[in-house]
Structure formats: structure tokens, C-alpha cells
Write a protein that binds this ligand. Structure first.
Ligand SMILES: Cc1cc2nc3c(=O)[nH]c(=O)nc-3n(C[C@H](O)[C@H](O)[C@H](O)COP(=O)(O)OP(=O)(O)OC[C@H]3O[C@@H](n4cnc5c(N)ncnc54)[C@H](O)[C@@H]3O)c2cc1C
Length: 413
């Protein structure tokens, strides 16, 4: 006898979407979330800086076709109505208007070449589409790494070519985590409830074990990241089929971490995001989000191997590096204005995420579809890693949760 029709593991975007769908169909659903709050990689902190700071997701990508944007409209969660134009800088100075346009065009052309190569018969690393000595090559490599979490040499052209991007990115003013918190409101979510084992030996259902006990259900939707799935902290009994295990192995996590620094008074011009043109081809992807005057907060986003190593080096090292960049741009007043509120978010060290988003290497893009295949008609995987067209994005995770819920509900009502 089952306690539930469907158990959902994880209350991030995919898990919340799945639970809402299942609940709307009148099915008995329970969500088990390992951490103390819903949202997963879309998590906002409201207290330490006095206003929303997004530790993870911050922008609506493809706002023209993003179901979460419609949800924000319905729930009154504020987001910018227009994108903030990005400026590139190097050696402590913003590029001129002409140079900035040149750099942006080179990046657009580089992305177009990756997409074209991605449609060829054999997949190749994104680096194959980029001439390392071309003008703006380091900026191009940094932009790719910021999006994918891995350098072009590690990224798949095929995977990149499948990503569908419609419209310009819009940042959430109230916080992406705040949106998911409101979308999770009223759902049956047990927080602080890590699942350690899914026993699917019985063809009629699953038993889900954790420190809080055992629950039985007819089906289970698993939304944990591929970083968590690969780590073995969540065991399957019997082991997952070889194809699913192979999919997890072929979807390792990229890296993207954040540092937020507060200042006692506004010390920046209101210029929107600024991105570093790295000195060489070994990209050091660094983006600084400088809050408009009155909100003296700098958020540094560091990606790829550089971002992994910087976050691992700890708060002092990360702050020194970012402060050095800010001083080079705005002068030493920045250091004097630094406030004690400082927050390093290291997603690689977050035990229930273990990285940024899934980043398949050359030849591995199809692993996303393999992971999305139901196992034994009772285990359904969802999450950003399983999205085929909005991979790595919160709305891709959301749609994958809806798809998994539809598949899991089949024949249950
Ligand atoms: C720094 C950063 C910046 C980003 N920026 C953007 C952006 O601007 N726009 C955008 O669209 N996307 C962005 N993303 C990506 C986006 O956040 C993710 O694609 C999306 O939130 C993933 O949702 P998910 O449901 O697939 O996974 P998750 O959000 O990881 O949710 C899975 C949940 O499962 C829980 N869990 C894991 N294991 C267990 C277990 N054993 N038992 C119980 N619970 C478990 C986790 O705690 C987690 O809450 C960013 C991500 C990061 C890290």
C-alpha cells in the first residue's frame, strides 16, 4: 500500500513545477527537500544586504518565451522591463563605444560559428569554432564559459546549438528565489528531508528512505542535479540501468560562483554589468553587477575553472581579487567604503547541488535525453540537465518538471 501517488525529490524549479502539476490533477504528492528552503539554485537572500541578492539564478533568459516570467507577472514579483546593456572593460578602463560594439559583434559571430559547427555530423569542442588569436578571442572565451560553466575546449558545439534563446535577458529585481518561494507556497514540501536511498525493487512502487524515515509511493520524480546524482549520496536499489548511469557520468557540472560585497555608500557609476576582457586566451570570466546608486552592492560572478578555484580559495582571496578589479575601475575610494557585509556563494561546495549546471563535453549532448528516459516506469528524472532546448536555465528546469509530472501521472488517476 502506497502512502502517495508520487514523491518528488527536490524543491527547486523542476520539483516545484512537477508538484504543482500533480496537485492540480488531484494526485497525492509529497515533495522531499534536503535543504531548509525551497528554490534550489534559485535562492535569494533578503537580510544580509537589506535587499534581494540572488545567490544563483538572477535573469529571465528568453523572456519572450519563459513561463516563469508569466508567473512573476501573476504573483507581482518585479523584474526589469529592459535588459541592462553590458560593458566590457580591460586594464581598469571601459572599452570605448566603438570597441564595445566590436567586441559584442565578435561574440555574436563566435556563437553563430559554434551553432553552425554544432549542426555538423560529428560533434566538436566549441574551441574548434574560435580562432585563439582573433580580436576579442579572450572575451569570447569568457562569455562562453560564463554561460556554460566550462571553457570552450570542454564545451560541446552540439549542445550549444540546441539551446534556444528568444529575447534579451531580464534581471529579477525582487529575486529569482523570491519568485520560486512564492510558487512553492501551499505545496506539501517537507524541508530538511534529504533522501538517501530509492528502493525500486518492487514493480508496484518505490520506497524512499532518509533520516526522517521511509515513504512509499507508486512513482518518484528525481530532480537532484547531476552533481548530486554522480556523488552517490543518493543511492538506488537496485543500481540504475547502465544507460542512465552513463548519462549522469556524461553530464558533469560546470562552475559558476558569486561574491557579493556591500559598501557604506554608493561608489559606482550606474553603468550596469561590466565584464572583464581577460588578458589571455585562458579566460578568467568575471562579471561585475554594480547596483544602481543608492544600492551600494557589487556582485561578482566568476565562472569555469577560474570560478571554481577562486571560490575554493575562500572569502578573503575572492574579496581581494574583486576589490582589486573595482579599485582599478573606480579608484581607492572603493576600499574605504567597503562594508562588513560580504558573502561568498560556492555552489561547488553546496552538498545538495555540487556545481553550477550540467555541462556535457563534445559528443555527450544526447545524454540529456537519456537521463530524461523513465526507469522501470516508476523513476522519472527532471531538472535543468534534462532540458533539450533551455538546458542550464531555470525555465528549462521548470518545463522538465512539468514534462516529468505528465509522464509520471499517466495511468495513475
Ligand atoms: C550561480 C548561478 C547562476 C545562475 N543564473 C541563472 C540565471 O540567471 N537564469 C537562469 O534561468 N538560470 C540560472 N542558473 C541556473 C538555474 O539556477 C538552474 O538551472 C535551476 O535553478 C535548476 O533547477 P533544478 O530544479 O533543475 O535543480 P535545483 O535548483 O538544484 O533543485 C534541486 C533540489 O533538489 C534538492 N536535493 C538534491 N538532492 C536531494 C536529496 N537527496 N534529497 C532531497 N532533496 C535533494 C536540492 O537541495 C535542490 O533544492 C544559475 C545557476 C547558478 C548556480
Amino acid at each position: 500500500m502506497s502512502d502517495y501517488d508520487v514523491l518528488v525529490i527536490g524543491a527547486g524549479a523542476a520539483g516545484i513545477a512537477a508538484a504543482r502539476c500533480l496537485q492540480q490533477q488531484g494526485l497525492a504528492v509529497q515533495v522531499l527537500e534536503a535543504s531548509r528552503e525551497p528554490g534550489g539554485r534559485a535562492h535569494s537572500e533578503r537580510t544580509s544586504f537589506g535587499y534581494a541578492f540572488d545567490c544563483g539564478a538572477h535573469w529571465f533568459h528568453s523572456p519572450a518565451d519563459n513561463p516563469l516570467r508569466a508567473a512573476a507577472d501573476a504573483l507581482g514579483v518585479a523584474y526589469a522591463s529592459r535588459p541592462y546593456p553590458a560593458h566590457w572593460y580591460r586594464d581598469g578602463a571601459l572599452l570605448s563605444v566603438a570597441e564595445n560594439a566590436d567586441c559584442a559583434q565578435a561574440i555574436e559571430d563566435g556563437f553563430a560559428r559554434i551553432v553552425a559547427l554544432g549542426k555538423a555530423a560529428a560533434d566538436q569542442p566549441a574551441a574548434a569554432a574560435l580562432a585563439p588569436d582573433a580580436p576579442w578571442a579572450p572575451a569570447m572565451a569568457a562569455e562562453f564559459t560564463a554561460k556554460q560553466g566550462v571553457a570552450p575546449a570542454r564545451g560541446s558545439c552540439r549542445d550549444f546549438s540546441r539551446y534556444q534563446w528568444k529575447g534579451e535577458d531580464l534581471p529579477l529585481v525582487d529575486g529569482f528565489g523570491e519568485l520560486l518561494r512564492r510558487l512553492a507556497h501551499g505545496l506539501p514540501i517537507a524541508l530538511d528531508s534529504p533522501v538517501t536511498q530509492i528502493d525500486w525493487r518492487n514493480a508496484r512502487g518505490v520506497q524512499v528512505h532518509g533520516p526522517r524515515g521511509t515513504l512509499r509511493a507508486r512513482r518518484v520524480i528525481v530532480t537532484a542535479s547531476t552533481g548530486v546524482l554522480a556523488s552517490g549520496v543518493l543511492q538506488f536499489l537496485p543500481a540504475l540501468p547502465a544507460r542512465t548511469q552513463e548519462a549522469i557520468h556524461r553530464l558533469p557540472m560546470g562552475h559558476c560562483n558569486k561574491l557579493a560585497l556591500a559598501f557604506k555608500q554608493p561608489v559606482f557609476e550606474d553603468i550596469g554589468p561590466v565584464l572583464l576582457v581577460p588578458a589571455g586566451a585562458d579566460a578568467e570570466p568575471l562579471e561585475l553587477l554594480l547596483r544602481p546608486a543608492g544600492q551600494a552592492l557589487a556582485v561578482a560572478i566568476v565562472s569555469g575553472e577560474f570560478g571554481r578555484a577562486l571560490a575554493a580559495a575562500g572569502l578573503d582571496a575572492a574579496r581581494d581579487l574583486v576589490l582589486g578589479q573595482l579599485v582599478s575601475l573606480f579608484g581607492s575610494a572603493v576600499t574605504r567604503a567597503l562594508a562588513p557585509s560580504q558573502r561568498l556563494v560556492n555552489w561547488d561546495a553546496a552538498p545538495w547541488v555540487r556545481g553550477y549546471v550540467a555541462a556535457p563535453g563534445p559528443g555527450d549532448a544526447d545524454a540529456r535525453a537519456w537521463l530524461a528516459e523513465p526507469v522501470g516506469e516508476r523513476i522519472f528524472f527532471a531538472g535543468e540537465a534534462t532540458s533539450l532546448t533551455a538546458m542550464g536555465d531555470a525555465h528549462g528546469a521548470w518545463r522538465s518538471g512539468e514534462a516529468a509530472a505528465a509522464a509520471a501521472a499517466r495511468g495513475l488517476a
